[in-house]
Design a binder for this molecule. Structure first.
Ligand SMILES: NC(=O)c1ccc[n+]([C@@H]2O[C@H](COP(=O)([O-])OP(=O)(O)OC[C@H]3O[C@@H](n4cnc5c(N)ncnc54)[C@H](O)[C@@H]3O)[C@@H](O)[C@H]2O)c1
Length: 380
């Protein structure tokens, strides 16, 4: 795909930089970093730019986002410049911007904790994580040294300890926090209070992708409910060939992912469905699909006259750019919160961009709330 160029528009403030740190230089990080360079010339909100929800947020352009620090545990990534690490195996997402200049950020060894699932050992090295023998750094110290303002958590599903470690390091280093995965931080009162005490904002939990399985399932469920159709049964089956799907083959790691995905859809139904009648989750790992995720949604209901209605849908998406399309906005929304000295969980951004926010709203309402937040009409 050819690189697009975008007109500079008049009157846009040259925003200061937003220094970000990344925990987990996997596929989602790869898409995010590629996106920062792919969209580096975007300025001004007067042009419709394919792939973006907001060209500029507040005064912040995409080119204001600067990676300053990164952590991983994989031997093929540790010690490499972030611009190379994001293309190292087992990352397998689509490369849409290959010429990334050196960032000067060397990926540092984080503590492994529960970040790497034991069952991954059964798979070939080029498909799974391979733990480096490097000694882990003190993440909080490294964050402080780098001057990072925001830490983005991209730990694999099921990494409860690792996510808590990175959240604590963010608190200690004075960094705001974006939690892209389903360990509950921004949606948990005790963590919200910790961020409030440190006067830091956070957003979470578990990214609701740009146009992914969750938002499509939510909007269709909401449509059925609004139009008076009683939903009786529904499923959402997902599979893909990246390390995220390989990791999720371990059912023991899936508890919070199931909660996050199921509650996200359930919150849009007129009435809750029993366990037997709603099935949502990652379903299998198909290596050749790489970062392409396939999702099947089925909704069964009863409309006027108790007459049945069925909907079947197949969605095929490259998984990681789908999350990066949201994180590119979240970074700038969180920076606005930092500028405005707002602390604790950001309700509007979490509701619009996360599957398991502190408070659920319809996507239409949450979007409205985000726009109000950007204009300064809403505190959080
Ligand atoms: N792709 C999406 O649209 C999407 C949507 C919602 C949530 N998520 C979640 O975001 C997270 C990241 O997804 P991804 O596709 O980038 O995963 P990935 O498997 O590609 O990347 C995870 C990275 O974390 C590293 N890692 C493991 N343990 C670590 C530790 N202790 N410290 C530092 N690094 C460690 C791995 O080496 C790997 O590089 C996953 O939990 C995923 O479920 C993704």
């Amino acid at each position: 795909m050819s690189k697009q160029t975008f007109k500079n528009s008049q009157g846009v403030h040259q925003g200061r930089s937003i220094k970000i740190a990344i925990a987990g230089a996997g596929n989602c990080s790869s898409s995010l970093i590629q996106g920062i360079y792919y969209y580096k010339d975007v300025a001004g909100n007067d042009e419709l730019v394919p792939g973006l929800m907001h060209n500029v947020i507040g005064n912040y352009k995409i080119s204001d986002i600067k990676p300053v620090c990164a952590f991983d545990v994989d031997k093929r990534k540790i010690g490499k410049d972030l611009s190379e690490a994001i293309f190292a195996l087992p990352n397998c997402t689509k490369i849409f911007c290959k010429d990334i200049p050196k960032t000067g950020v060397k990926v540092k060894m984080g503590p492994v904790l529960d970040g790497v699932a034991p069952h991954m050992e059964e798979y070939p090295e080029d498909k799974r994580f391979v733990i480096s023998k490097e000694k882990p750094v003190d993440v909080a110290e490294e964050l402080k040294k780098s001057g990072a303002e925001i830490l983005i958590n991209y730990m694999p599903v099921g990494s409860q300890k690792a996510t808590e470690y990175y959240a604590k390091a963010a608190l200690e280093a004075g960094c705001a926090f974006i939690n892209c995965m389903p360990v509950f931080i921004a949606s948990e009162q005790q963590w919200q209070e910790k961020f409030e005490e440190k006067r830091l904002p956070c957003i979470g939990d578990d990214i609701k992708s740009q146009v992914g399985a969750t938002i499509v399932h939510r909007i269709l469920s909401h449509l059925f409910a609004e139009r008076g159709v009683k939903i009786e049964r529904s499923y959402q089956l997902n599979f893909g060939g990246n390390t995220d799907f390989m990791n999720m083959l371990s059912r023991a790691r899936l508890k919070s992912k199931k909660i996050s995905k199921t509650e996200s859809v359930e919150s849009q139904l007129a009435r809750r469905l029993s366990y037997d009648n709603l099935h949502i989750g990652p379903s299998d790992y198909v290596p050749f699909l790489k970062d392409n995720k396939i999702c099947f949604i089925r909704i069964e209901g009863r409309k006027f006259g108790n007459v049945p209605i069925e909907l079947e849908l197949r969605l095929s998406v490259e998984d990681s750019p789908n999350s990066a399309g949201c994180v590119i906005d979240l970074i700038r929304l969180l920076k606005l919160a930092l500028d405005r000295k707002v602390s604790g969980a950001l309700i509007s951004s979490s509701a619009y961009f996360m599957k398991h926010p502190p408070q659920q709203f319809t996507d239409e309402k949450a979007r409205e709330m985000v726009e109000e937040f950007i204009k300064g009409q809403r505190e959080r």
